[in-house]
Design a protein. Structure first.
Length: 357
């Protein structure tokens, strides 16, 4: 009996302490809550009217300037440097003699063989005259002829050895800084000076793999160098044969006419590349697009209400996005308040602009 009495008291106590609702406060909260679109609230928005426009697929990437040709010059054989005939930083022409290593033994051998050359030539001529008179055998004439040919070959060999001891410019270009001194002993692996061909220059950069089939030889581009806003033009002359599997990029090279010598290899560049153009495209501001559940949509203004349309996007530039499906010229696309809009919501146009013609 005592247990029943306690249980009844607990129940009565819970009922006694039930929270009291303040009706005045409840009414105030309801007044402050904004009306939902379903309650007919109008939203002030801005919009654009569509027409055909030219939209270009522009690509902005970074790259580097490379020399057209560059080589670190070295002798073909070992020896002591006896002559240095160039100035650091000078412009040289193909074939110019830049330096020499000791070739006195070879020069002496060459003088000896050239002195014998006259003797061997006279001997062959005499043998030939005697052969015509049948005073000597043909075998004797052929022997004199062979001796002369062997001497010519030996002279050529010595001249080749001398040439290996001369350092000549393989192409026109600008020399770098000298890395050896007069009297130094060098080998075929000792760098003497670097030669760089400065005109034209190459602009090398990489683009995303989706452009691998778009960029071809002849494509034009503009670029700027760090610290200089002047735009310079270059032309693509070659692309890599494959996409880099690590970076998923495609390497491209372009040629730039550096006849004024203003640019140097190694500089960083910003490349602006026009890959494709669409002269009659439908394009909208990027802020008009709402991505939802894996789809892209926009809101059209129709009869004072917002009506959503699913679209298919194409290329984009800094301000506009191409729409390849879902919109037509003359459509009025809402560009502000898109995250608050709902299907069928009433809207008021505060501003309407025209895109295109």
């Amino acid at each position: 009996m005592g247990v029943v009495a306690v249980g009844l008291a607990v129940v009565l106590g819970l009922r006694a302490f039930k929270p009291h609702v303040n009706e005045e406060l409840k009414d105030e909260v309801v007044k402050q809550q904004p009306k939902s679109p379903k309650q007919g609230r109008e939203l002030n928005v801005k919009a654009v009217v569509l027409s055909r426009v030219l939209i270009a697929d522009e690509l902005f990437v970074s790259g580097n300037i490379m020399p057209d040709e560059e080589v670190s010059l070295a002798f073909e054989t070992s020896g002591k440097v006896t002559e240095i005939l160039f100035q650091e930083g000078a412009y040289v022409h193909k074939g110019d003699l830049l330096a020499k290593i000791n070739d006195e033994p070879q020069q002496a051998e060459l003088r000896k063989q050239e002195a014998q050359l006259k003797l061997f030539q006279d001997r062959m001529y005499r043998q030939n005259a005697l052969l015509e008179k049948e005073a000597v055998s043909e075998e004797a004439f052929q022997e004199a002829q062979a001796n002369l040919a062997a001497l010519h070959a030996e002279i050529d060999r010595v001249k080749a050895n001398i040439a290996q001891r001369e350092l000549r410019a393989p192409f026109d270009g600008v020399l770098g800084l000298r890395e050896v001194s007069l009297g130094a002993y060098v080998s075929s692996t000792t760098p003497i000076v670097k030669l760089t061909k400065m005109n034209p220059l190459k602009v090398e950069f990489s683009v995303p793999e989706r452009y691998s089939g778009v960029l071809k030889a002849g494509s034009r581009l503009n670029f700027t160098v760090e610290g200089d806003l002047e735009e310079r033009a270059a032309k693509v002359y070659a692309t890599d044969s494959r996409v880099d599997m690590d970076t998923r990029t495609f390497t491209v090279r372009a040629l730039y006419d550096n006849s004024d010598g203003a640019l140097f290899p190694g500089r960083y560049v910003n490349v602006n590349l026009l890959t494709r153009e669409y002269p009659d495209a439908i394009a909208i501001p990027s802020e008009a697009i709402v991505s939802e559940m894996g789809h892209d949509k926009v809101f059209l203004y129709k009869g004072g209400k917002a009506e959503s349309v699913v679209i298919t996007k194409g290329i984009r530039n800094e301000s506009l996005v191409q729409v390849v499906q879902g919109l037509e010229p003359g459509d009025t696309v809402i560009t502000t308040g898109t995250m608050q809009l709902r299907e069928g919501q009433k809207v008021v146009l505060d501003e309407v602009k025209q895109i295109g013609n």
